[in-house]
Design a protein around this ligand. Structure first.
Ligand SMILES: [Zn+2]
Length: 265
C-alpha cells in the first residue's frame, strides 16, 4: 500500500518519516534513535559505512570519516577520505541511499512518488534510487528547464544534464506528473509554487495535528532572508527589487493593469 517518505538530510543528523493514511511516523535510522548521524566512512576495501557504525569505526580510522559535509555541497574542492577524493554530493547520496533502503525494508516496498520542489541539481540527484516511482514537479520548472533560458550562464550551472535526462526518461515512461501552481500531491500535502529562488520554486504545505507546516525547500534558507529582505544569492526573479525598473522600461501592452514592463524587448 502506498506511503509517503519524508527525508531530512541534515548537517549533523539525518531523519526520516513515513506517512500512511494521513498519519506520520518516524523511521528508526539508528540502533535505538530515530535519527542517525550524518557521517560516512570509506573503508580501505571500498566499503562505505553510514551513520552510527561510521561514527564507531571513525574512532579507529579518523582519516576515513566525513562529517558535516552538507556544508560543502557545491564546493568543487573534494573532501579526501583515506586518500580518495570525494564530492560532498556523493557523500550525501550515501546517506539518502541508506535511508531509502531502511524505509524500503520497513515498508516492504520502495517509495512510489517523488516530489521535486524545483530542478536544481541538489534536488534532482539520485533519482535513480527510485526507478519506478512517479515524479511530480512544478510545471513552471519543467517548462523553464526545457526552454531557451535554461542555457543562460546565470542559470545553467544550477541543473545537471543527466538529471534532466532522467526526468525526460520518466516523462517518456509516463511517470512524470507536472504540478499546477497550487496542487494536492497526497492527502494533507499541497504543493504551492512561490518562485523567487527558481522560476517554479515550490514549497509543500503539510497538514499536521498541530497545524500546517511548510517544507520550504530553497524558498528560504535562513530567517534573515525573510527578516532582512535579503534574498539568497541564487534567485530567478526579484519582483519590485528596484523601483527604477518601472521607470526605465516600457510598460507591457499585454498587461492592462500597467504593472508589467518589458525588460527583454
Ligand atoms: Zn535550489
Amino acid at each position: 500500500m502506498a506511503y509517503q517518505l519524508g527525508v531530512d538530510l541534515g548537517t549533523t543528523y539525518t531523519a526520516a518519516a513515513v506517512g500512511r493514511d494521513g498519519r506520520a511516523e518516524a523511521v528508526t535510522l539508528g540502533a535505538s534513535n530515530p535519527v542517525m548521524p550524518s557521517v560516512v566512512l570509506l573503508r580501505a576495501d571500498g566499503e562505505v559505512l553510514v551513520g552510527e557504525v561510521a561514527v564507531r569505526r571513525g574512532l579507529a580510522e579518523p582519516t576515513r570519516v566525513a562529517r558535516e559535509f552538507k556544508r560543502r555541497l557545491g564546493d568543487p574542492t573534494p573532501l579526501v577520505l583515506g586518500g580518495t577524493p570525494y564530492g560532498a554530493e556523493s557523500l550525501m547520496s550515501h546517506l539518502l541511499r541508506e535511508v531509502v533502503q531502511l524505509a524500503t525494508e520497513r515498508e516492504g516496498e520502495g517509495p512510489d512518488r517523488v516530489v521535486l520542489t524545483h530542478l536544481h541539481w541538489d534536488h534532482t540527484a539520485n533519482l535513480e534510487l527510485f526507478p519506478g516511482a512517479e515524479l511530480l514537479a512544478p510545471v513552471a520548472e519543467l517548462d523553464f528547464w526545457s526552454g531557451p533560458l535554461a542555457s543562460h550562464p546565470h542559470f545553467a550551472s544550477h541543473a545537471r544534464a543527466e538529471d534532466l535526462a532522467e526526468i525526460d526518461r520518466a516523462r517518456a515512461q509516463g511517470r512524470l506528473t507536472p504540478l499546477a501552481a497550487d496542487a494536492d500531491v497526497a492527502p494533507g500535502i499541497r504543493s504551492i509554487t512561490v518562485g523567487g529562488h527558481a522560476v517554479g520554486q515550490s514549497v509543500l504545505e503539510v497538514q499536521t495535528a498541530t497545524g500546517a507546516v511548510i517544507l520550504a525547500s530553497d524558498a528560504f534558507h535562513f530567517y534573515e532572508e525573510y527578516e532582512l529582505r535579503r534574498p539568497f544569492a541564487i534567485c530567478a526573479d526579484l519582483v519590485g527589487h528596484d523601483p527604477q525598473v518601472m521607470e526605465r522600461f516600457a510598460r507591457s501592452a499585454s498587461d492592462p493593469a500597467g504593472l508589467t514592463v518589458e525588460v527583454g524587448a
